[in-house]
Structures are given as structure tokens and as C-alpha cells.
Design a protein around this ligand. Structure first.
Ligand SMILES: Nc1ncnc2c1ncn2[C@@H]1O[C@H](COP(=O)(O)OP(=O)(O)OP(=O)(O)O)[C@@H](O)[C@H]1O
Length: 263
């Protein structure tokens, strides 16, 4: 059966002064609907480049990305991106930031009341109704990230792309947001690709962890299937032998089999 999202033998060459630089070489990932997939690998291996190709921001030199049987060549609302640095419009309130995304996707098909209800519903999903009339400068980093997630979810994307979404947050805020994201995903069955540097985050959230080799010409080293039952509770998992097994598999990949050579 054909997968929902097929990253099919994707290679990319970037032009440089010394000629083409092959950043990715034949990257192959098959993702099913509703799957949560993390991409992990050392800095500079090409994780964001994979995401930018799926997001349609970069074009693969060879191979391509097929979403529900259609090749993806440009950005579109079917692939919403959540960035590490929120990327909210500073002059718009939280409500207006989400509403803008809703209007851009549903402005022609939904009436004003429906747009308002849908905007409020998505703010509620991320527990941000209380701050809907605040400007981004008036809320914390974790709250901004919640708005970024609400904005992406409100577009009802086929795939949610998250580039280190919690990378800039303190450990406690990060844990709260991971829990919220797991709850939301259990409710909505989103298909998610998330880049992370955090091994625990990858194991806690993912169905599959894609581990990339170091560049240049980075590719998929291994794909680890994480078969921990859901819902997952971080406290219970701390003593779970399967959890610790998955965790150590990722650590061994990153720090033993594909350890980065010292500069
Ligand atoms: N537009 C570009 N032009 C030239 N080279 C690029 C471009 N974008 C990325 N690269 C190169 O491709 C490689 C992969 O970069 P990428 O940003 O995808 O890595 P990454 O794994 O996301 O890194 P990090 O974890 O540090 O964010 C790097 O060597 C980078 O310098």
C-alpha cells in the first residue's frame, strides 16, 4: 500500500563557489497518516533541509516528495510549519495571529461566525483562550509557541512540520508543551514530522525516530520504530525498560556509530 507521505529518494545539491554541495543523498522516509515522526541527527546533517523540501521551500535535485499521491513542489496550507522562534506577527493579538491563518485557508468557504468559532476552538486546544487579546510581546516564550501551534493546527494541514518547536524553552515549559502536543495528537490524529536534538523528547513523542548520518551527503542511518503504548506518561516511562532501550538505541547511534568527529 502506498504511504500517506513518501519522501522518495530525495537528494539535494546546493550551489557553492566550489561547485555543487550535496547536502542530502537519497533520503527515503515513508510516513503513514496519523504517525508522529521525529528526525534526529547532529547539527548540520540536513534535518532542516529535509523539512524545507517537504514544506516546498526547497526543490529536491533528485527524487521528490509525494503527499497523498500528489507531488509537492511548492509551499501550501496542507503542510503547516511551526518554527522554533514562533514567527508570530508582533502587531497582531494572539487571536488575530490565528485568525489570519484561518482566513487564509477558509476565508472563501466559511462565514464570519464559523471563522471566529474555529479560531477560538484552536486557541482553546492549546489552552490560550485567556490570552487571546494579548500581543506576542506580552506573553512568554512557551505561550508564543502555543499560539504558533494553534495557528498551524487551525489550517487543518495534512502534515504538521515542526522544526525544533520546543528548542528555545526551559525544561518545565517544554514538558508541558510536549504533554499538550501528545493530547492534541491523540484527539486529532495529526501526521507530524518534528526535528529535535532531544533524545527523550523523540522517544516520548514518536512512533518512528529517523536517525540521520552526518553530512555531507547525509542520509537515513536507521529508523527506530517506537512501540510504546499510548497515552504515554513521562513519569511512568522513566522506569520502563522498553523506554530505556529505545533511548539507548538513539544515544548509541548518535554518540557511537555516528559520533561526530571533533572539529
Ligand atoms: N541554502 C543553502 N545553501 C547552501 N548550503 C546550505 C543551504 N541550506 C543548508 N545548507 C547546508 O546543508 C547542510 C545541512 O543543513 P541543515 O540546516 O539542513 O542542517 P540541520 O541538521 O538542520 O542543522 P542544525 O541541527 O544545526 O539546525 C549544512 O552543511 C548547511 O550548511
Amino acid at each position: 500500500m502506498e504511504s500517506y507521505l513518501n519522501i522518495d529518494h530525495v537528494s539535494i545539491d546546493f550551489p557553492t563557489a566550489n561547485g555543487p554541495f550535496r547536502a542530502l543523498d537519497k533520503v527515503n522516509i515513508q510516513i503513514n497518516k496519523g504517525e508522529f515522526v521525529s528526525i534526529i541527527g547532529h547539527s548540520g546533517c540536513g534535518k532542516s533541509t529535509v523539512m524545507n523540501i517537504v514544506g516546498g521551500l526547497y526543490q529536491a535535485t533528485e527524487g521528490g516528495v509525494i503527499l497523498q499521491g500528489k507531488e509537492v513542489n511548492e509551499p501550501g496550507p496542507d503542510r503547516a510549519i511551526v518554527f522554533q522562534n514562533h514567527a508570530l506577527f508582533p502587531w497582531l493579538t494572539c487571536y488575530q495571529n490565528v485568525e489570519l491563518a484561518v482566513k487564509s485557508v477558509f476565508g472563501k468557504t466559511r462565514n464570519r461566525q464559523q471563522i471566529r468559532d474555529w479560531t477560538l476552538h484552536n486557541l482553546e486546544l492549546v489552552h490560550m483562550t485567556h490570552a487571546k487579546d494579548k500581543l506576542p510581546a506580552e506573553i512568554s516564550g512557551g505561550m508564543k509557541q502555543r499560539i504558533g501551534i494553534a495557528r498551524a493546527l487551525a489550517m487543518e494541514p495534512k502534515v504538521l512540520l515542526m522544526d525544533e518547536p520546543f528548542g528555545a524553552l526551559d525544561a518545565l515549559t517544554r514538558a508541558h508543551l510536549q504533554d499538550s502536543l501528545m493530547e492534541i495528537q491523540a484527539d486529532l490524529n495529526n501526521t507530524v514530522i518534528m526535528i529535535t536534538h532531544d533524545v527523550d523528547e523523540a522517544v516520548l513523542l514518536s512512533d518512528k525516530i529517523v536517525m540521520m548520518t552526518n553530512g555531507p551527503a547525509a542520509t537515513i542511518g536507521e529508523i527506530l520504530q517506537v512501540d510504546l503504548p499510548r497515552p504515554r506518561q513521562r513519569l511512568a516511562l522513566a522506569d520502563n525498560p522498553d523506554y530505556n532501550h529505545y533511548r539507548s538505541e538513539v544515544i548509541k547511534f548518535l554518540h557511537q556509530r555516528h559520533a561526530r568527529k571533533a572539529a
